[in-house]
Design a protein around this ligand. Structure first.
Ligand SMILES: *Cc1c(COP(=O)(O)O)cnc(C)c1O
Length: 354
């Protein structure tokens, strides 16, 4: 039985993408070769890389606006340091909305002064700080659009005269935003775009070249841009599968279409969390994420019963992160309304049983 996969990452992908990617592993495009055994310099793979890069820009509405897309390795975690390596000359501002921001801050501190200009640490990151002042002497301002662990999401982004850098690992391509507000966007593929192994970096080229330090080639955005994201062997399977997911998204109607579905899914689960007296939401209502819904049982004694019900219904990956506890339902782009309804149904069943 195919499970309802609520895992936070690596995540669910469209079934048709799994099928096409598996086929390509056996025989890519009837070439008699596997996608993972052909040269990354072959026309077949160069075309895949170029399609992936241009689909990413197209879906974000950033074509012809001075942006380039890269598919790199090392995960979003490498971007924590790479962003600072390339952009931090004197001082950067960071908004701390959870463990991932915290890690980004730690890395940036290796390169210069870091001003933590707002934080929700005082309340275990269950809300998005607002109304803070932004210094005017920043090399860049960094934020995390969606806090995968805590289930909060920035709805209104800060505006600053400094370039805005954003970790969009867990909500990239999930909602419409004016992406041209951002100068650097990065996202590990495995939350909403593809398998683990590649990281999308979307960069406005004019922000580069402003730091004085020497940058090692593999960590230099300019080097990767100069080689069209092929400086070294790219993670071919991860890029290919991400490209298939982006094609799927485009065919569906792009970010506008998926946003509508994502809002419906989120509404369904949050109304159950709000109305069902056995459950309690973790994140502040106005900051709740449409990607990761975090909630707990009011009475922990019901945990075993509810976990058994999840198992019997084929619901997978709903355990909360250890720093929050309870449950987390991740509802990335490829998750269907039916899967969310299956979870909401057993939440209702538990109430009727208890
Ligand atoms: C998962 C996640 C990361 C870490 O990504 P890796 O690719 O594992 O390095 C960073 N930021 C956010 C918001 C995430 O959800």
């Amino acid at each position: 039985m195919k499970k309802h996969n609520f895992s936070a990452g690596p995540c669910i992908l469209p079934q048709e993408v799994f099928k096409e990617a598996s086929q390509a592993v056996l025989n890519y495009n009837d070439s008699g070769l596997s996608i993972i055994e052909i040269s990354h310099r072959s026309k077949d793979f160069v075309d895949i890389m170029e399609e992936a890069r241009s689909l990413a820009l197209e879906l974000l509405g950033l074509e012809g606006k001075g942006y380039k897309a890269l598919f790199l390795q090392g995960g979003a975690s490498t971007q924590f340091l790479m962003a600072a390596y390339n952009l931090l000359q004197t001082k950067a501002g960071y908004i701390n909305t959870g463990s991932w921001s915290d890690k980004a801050i730690k890395e940036a501190k290796l390169f210069g002064e870091v001003a933590e200009i707002a934080s929700s640490k005082d309340s275990n990151f269950n809300y998005i700080p607002k109304g803070y002042e932004i210094p005017t002497d920043l090399d860049y301002l960094h934020c995390t659009s969606n806090n995968t662990i805590f289930g909060t999401q920035i709805k209104e982004f800060p505006s600053s005269n400094a370039p805005l850098v954003c970790d969009m690992s867990s909500d990239i391509f999930s909602r419409q935003l004016d992406f041209s507000k951002f100068s650097l966007i990065y996202a590990g593929a495995q939350k909403n775009m593809g398998p683990a192994g590649t990281t999308l970096v979307v960069i406005k080229e004019d922000i580069l070249g402003k730091v004085e330090r020497q940058i090692p080639s593999m960590l230099d955005y300019k080097v990767h841009l100069g080689k069209a994201s092929m400086f070294n062997t790219p993670p071919v399977f991860a890029v290919y599968t991400s490209m298939l997911t982006l094609r799927w998204l485009k065919k569906l109607g792009g970010v506008a279409a998926i946003e509508e579905l994502n809002e419906k899914k989120a509404k369904l689960i949050y109304s159950e969390i709000d109305l069902n007296p056995l459950f309690k939401g973790f994140a502040a209502t106005e900051d709740r994420s449409n990607m990761n819904a975090t909630f707990t049982l009011v009475n922990e004694d019901l945990k075993e019963t509810f976990d058994t019900m999840c198992k019997e219904t084929g619901i997978n990956g709903v355990n909360g992160h250890r720093s929050v506890g309870g449950y987390r339902a991740s509802m990335y782009n490829a998750m269907t309304m039916e899967s969310v309804a299956a979870l909401v149904d057993i939440m209702g069943d538990l109430e009727r049983k208890a």
